[in-house]
Every structure is written in structure tokens, then in C-alpha cells.
Design a binder for this molecule. Structure first.
Ligand code: TYM
Length: 374
């Protein structure tokens, strides 16, 4: 059991004792005291929600921005993690691809260390309460603010022939995903920061119109700062659908990883000691910091500062470290994808558990809005 949880259990035990004296917990009377304390501690865990769109292959950005946090949070929080398959419909995937992508996202999450017994892992489309809450929140979202969202503007540029209403209201569906479980923490990468701000706005608007129901969710990363992994060519971020040759995917084989990293943007190196690092070089250092031995990072940082760095050597080292890091995840994910029966069972169990929490929130929302006629 994790230390945080033990501390929480001790705190809860004291509070529980006080509540018990007030006679408020008769329903627990028959349960053994330790079980009661544990149950109460579990019930008091903070709620966490996050999702990944099933639009393509997952990459290092998804891993370090989101999945690594999911794994670290699974013991100490009450976690709901899902595949955002409705969100992926904005780009009109073929039905057979959608299905494959959903299974792959589930397999890659488990291969990265997520335990479906510790977290609730489900597909967004299995929870009908989400689109119902989305509909309610749409009445609190304004066209003007949605049109200003940078991710919407990017999509308009990328797919001018398919600017559908789902793209415009994307942040509202995302808010519904989060608020349906009344989450307080949302582990995401830096690119989702503004969507989280909008989710907080919708929660506030709901509160001022109908009363308190939703906590205001905050974006979360264990390193404090939200992470953005840049693409290796220095153009934007690693992505499922763009910069394919400059993005490292969890499915990439060793050769592909070597090729992509050796081609990563660099330059002739600094000419002045202690120069400012260009973005594309700090990105390589960030990747090294995440996957290499700290000694290697120090070695190359010193070489950068005293102008002796050879980027070729640094990239070779980085490529081998990335391979070492990714190979077990890649192999495990491949193996899991062969077992569709298992993946289907995980999604079915997850959907049942996610709906318990979703129906409770939705019936409160309906009542508060006034939709309870009989
Ligand atoms: P998606 O599928 O694009 O990405 C999944 C997660 O990976 C993070 N991420 C990155 N982090 C760092 N560097 C990068 N280059 C990088 N690329 C992606 C994302 O920030 C995200 O955490 N809208 C969301 C999916 C979603 C969601 C939600 C997330 C739907 N509903 C509710 C949280 C809560 C998305 O498209 O993520």
C-alpha cells in the first residue's frame, strides 16, 4: 500500500471515529473496523479522469504527457481512464479502423503499466450519460468562445472541407467526460490546458445557474509543469496524425527509432560557452532526461556548455535508450492485441463501473436543472 494512502487511512480513521460517536454510520456497523477504515479511505480518494482519442498510433508525447501519470496515479487516486472514441469521429475514421484503434489504445495503456483492476478503463461511447451531459453543457457554451479555441482553429486549417459541429463543440464533450465523474485532477499534456480551463468555466456556469455539483478540475502532471514533447524536426508537437517521420510511436521498431532520432533536427553546435539552447536541442535533452541515465544527460549537458558536444553521439545514445525503454511496452502491447477476448472483457467491466458513477452525477444534474417530472 502506498504511503499517501496509509496517511489518508490514518486521517480517515480519526475522522471516522468522530463520526461514529455521532451515530452517523450505522450502515457500516456490521463491517469489521479495519475494513470500514479502508473503505472510507478508498471513498475519500480524489477522483481523476483522463482520455486518449483513438485516432492513430500512440507516441512518446501521449506516454509522457498522459499515460505515465495514469500509471503513477493508479494506487492513490480513484481513476477513470477512457478511450475517447466519440471524439475521434470528428475525423470520420472507417469503422474497422476505429475498432482496431480502440483496442490498440487499451492494449498500449495496459502494456505501459495500467492495471484495469486498479482503475476504471472504458470506452467513452459505452457511457450514454456522457452525451446527455454534453447536451446539457452545450446550452452553457457559446459559439463565440468555441470558435476562438486554438485547437478548433488548427483543425479548420487542417481539414477545411470537414469543419463539423463536433469539432466546434469538442471542448464541451471533453468537459462532459471530466465532469460526469466529478473529477478534480486531469492528467494531460500541455496542449490540453485550454480545454481544461473551459471545463472549469462550464462547471462554474452550471453552479451559478443551478447550484454546486461539479468540482473545478485542474490539469495535472507529476513534474508540476505540464509536458509538451516537440516533434523531432522542430515543427510543432509529436502527434498521432502529423509529423509522422518526426514522431516516435510506441509501435516503432528499433530501426525506425534509430532512423528518426538520427534525423532529428540539430545544428553545428554552440560556439560560445553556456549558450542558450535552441528548442529542438532542449527537446532532445528532455527526451534524454526522461529515458536515459542521469549521467548521460549530465555528460552531454556539460559538453553543450563547453561547446564540445557532438550531436551525432548524443543521438546514438538517445536512440539506444529509447529502444531499451520502448521495446518491452511495444512487445507487451502486441501480445495483448492478440487477445481480443480479454480486451473486450476489460472494456465491458470498465463500462459497468464507469456507468455507476456517471448515472449518479447525471441524475443529480437532471434534478438540479428541473428535469424530474415523476
Ligand atoms: P490526445 O488523444 O490528442 O492525447 C492524449 C494525451 O496525450 C497528451 N499529448 C501530449 N503530451 C505531451 N506532448 C505531446 N506531444 C502530446 N501529444 C498528446 C495529451 O495532452 C493528452 O493528455 N482531447 C483529448 C482527449 C480527451 C480528454 C478528455 C483528455 C477527450 N476527453 C477528457 C482528458 C480529459 C485529446 O485529444 O488527447
Amino acid at each position: 500500500m502506498q504511503t499517501n494512502l496509509s496517511v489518508q487511512i490514518r486521517k480517515t480513521a480519526t475522522q471516522f471515529h468522530k463520526t461514529e460517536k455521532n451515530g452517523l454510520v450505522e450502515q457500516f456497523d456490521k463491517i469489521h473496523v479495519e475494513q470500514r477504515i479502508y473503505l472510507a479511505a478508498v471513498m475519500r480518494k480524489e477522483i481523476v479522469v483522463s482520455g486518449i482519442r483513438s485516432t492513430g498510433y500512440l507516441h512518446l508525447g501521449n506516454y509522457f504527457g498522459a499515460m505515465r501519470n495514469y500509471v503513477k496515479m493508479q494506487d492513490d487516486y480513484n481513476c477513470y481512464f477512457f478511450v475517447a472514441d466519440y471524439h475521434s469521429l470528428t475525423t470520420h475514421p472507417k469503422p474497422e479502423d476505429l475498432k482496431k484503434n480502440v483496442f490498440r489504445v487499451v492494449a498500449e495503456n495496459i502494456a505501459s503499466g495500467l492495471d484495469p483492476n486498479k482503475v476504471v478503463l472504458y470506452a467513452q461511447s459505452d457511457i450514454p450519460e456522457i452525451p446527455e451531459l454534453y447536451l446539457m453543457l452545450n446550452m452553457l457554451a457559446y459559439k463565440g468562445e468555441l470558435e476562438k479555441v486554438p485547437t478548433f482553429k488548427d483543425k479548420v486549417r487542417q481539414q477545411p472541407d470537414n469543419v463539423n459541429a463536433g469539432l466546434l463543440t469538442y471542448p464541451v464533450l471533453m468537459a462532459a467526460d471530466i465532469l460526469i465523474h466529478r473529477a478534480v485532477k486531469v492528467p494531460v499534456g500541455k496542449d490540453q490546458e485550454q480545454h481544461l480551463e473551459m471545463a472549469r468555466n462550464f462547471a462554474q456556469r452550471f453552479a451559478s445557474r443551478y447550484g454546486d455539483l461539479f468540482p473545478e478540475p485542474i490539469p495535472f502532471n507529476f513534474g508540476n509543469e505540464l509536458i509538451k514533447i516537440q516533434s523531432l524536426d522542430g515543427n510543432g508537437k509529436m502527434s498521432k496524425s502529423e509529423n509522422l517521420n518526426a514522431t516516435i510511436y510506441l509501435t516503432d521498431d528499433d530501426d525506425a527509432i534509430r532512423k528518426k532520432i538520427m534525423k532529428a533536427k540539430s545544428d553545428a553546435g554552440p560556439t560560445e560557452p553556456n549558450s542558450i539552447m535552441p528548442d529542438y536541442v532542449s527537446n532532445l535533452f528532455m527526451l534524454m532526461g526522461l529515458m536515459s541515465d542521469p549521467e548521460q544527460v549530465n555528460k552531454y549537458r556539460t559538453a553543450f556548455n563547453d561547446c564540445t558536444i557532438r550531436y551525432g553521439d548524443m543521438k546514438k545514445q538517445l536512440a539506444e535508450d529509447v529502444i531499451k525503454f520502448l521495446a518491452p511496452i511495444r512487445d507487451k502491447a502486441k501480445e495483448l492485441q492478440q487477445d481480443e477476448t480479454l480486451l473486450r472483457k476489460i472494456l465491458k467491466d470498465g463500462a459497468e463501473r464507469a456507468r455507476e458513477s456517471a448515472t449518479a452525477t447525471l441524475s443529480a444534474a437532471r434534478r438540479m436543472i428541473g428535469i424530474n417530472y415523476y
